[in-house]
Design a protein around this ligand. Structure first.
Ligand code: SF4
Ligand code: SF4
Ligand code: FES
Length: 258
């Protein structure tokens, strides 16, 4: 195959002030736009006139709503990105995948009988995985997706939960999977099972929840509910803060809530 390198057009121009802005071409769903070179894909699309009502959430790389695919002119690869995180590249051809369909199994997490067959019982299609690794190569979070799918097939729930911890549910692995898996749904089920059935209980958390159930903070909360916005802001700004660097010996001056 002969690869072709398309000359990249780069323009520098003065913005409204004195700063110089470098514009580069990008192609959104086949249409060409000149956008500032230092913008994320999401901001560049907004610069070009797109308005996000779907396919955009946190803008901080957390919610996974902005999965994007693109190609560069001198590469055969389909690249993936989160639009709110990736800076535009000259002459990228891109399209957003605002949502990828996936069928979620119905379960009540507290009532699940947990054993090594639980993931397979709810998502039997995991056995269709052919171990191609495309999901791992498609993940903008650099997660070993194929490995957690292999752990799911083995019934190793803790391993699935551990390997998939950084999953943002963007669905890009689903879009590329030849076995039509729904990897993030398997992964989030494993993390839920791990959190509710497997992870050791934190003693201090149980004690705090019990205090809340016993109504220990009820009076203080009721007092807070009576305050207006200005008073609440003053309380928040003036609150005693933990030190920036962890200090195991630190205690608040007022320890009555401990
Ligand atoms: S892309 Fe699909 S078939 Fe390939 S390893 Fe991942 S889950 Fe398995
Ligand atoms: S595992 Fe799949 S859904 Fe999760 S972040 Fe990676 S590509 Fe996105
Ligand atoms: S908008 Fe939430 S990850 Fe991009």
């Amino acid at each position: 195959m002969v690869s072709q390198t398309i000359p990249v057009e780069v323009i520098s121009e003065k913005s409204g002030g004195s700063a110089e802005v470098t514009l580069v071409p990008i192609h959104v769903m086949g249409r060409r736009y000149m956008v500032p070179s230092d913008l994320t894909i999401m901001k560049a699309m907004e610069y070009a006139g797109y308005q996000f009502t779907r396919g955009c959430g946190c803008r901080g790389g957390i919610c996974g709503a902005c999965g994007t695919v693109y190609r560069l002119p001198d590469s055969h690869r389909v690249e993936v990105a989160l639009a709110c995180q990736e800076i535009v590249k000259p002459d990228m051809f891109l399209s957003q995948l605002p949502f990828f369909p996936q069928n979620k199994a119905v379960y009540c997490i507290e009532e699940l009988d947990v054993d090594e067959g639980t993931l397979a019982a709810l998502y039997p299609e995991i056995f269709k995985c052919i171990g191609c690794g495309t999901c791992t190569r498609s993940c903008p979070q650099d997660i070993e997706v194929m490995d957690y799918m292999a752990a799911a097939i083995r019934g190793d729930i803790a391993r699935v939960a551990e390997l998939s911890f950084d999953c943002v549910m963007c669905g890009l692995c689903i879009a590329r999977c030849p076995a039509e898996e729904a990897q993030p749904l398997v992964a989030i089920l494993a993390r839920r099972i791990y959190g509710s059935h497997i992870a050791p209980r934190a003693q201090h958390l149980q004690e705090r929840v019990q205090q809340i159930d016993d109504g220990r903070f009820e009076d203080d909360l009721n007092e807070l509910m009576k305050k207006d916005l200005v008073e609440l802001k003053e309380l928040y700004v003036g609150r005693e803060k933990e030190p920036d660097m962890p200090d195991p010996n630190w205690r608040p001056t007022d320890s009555s809530y401990l």
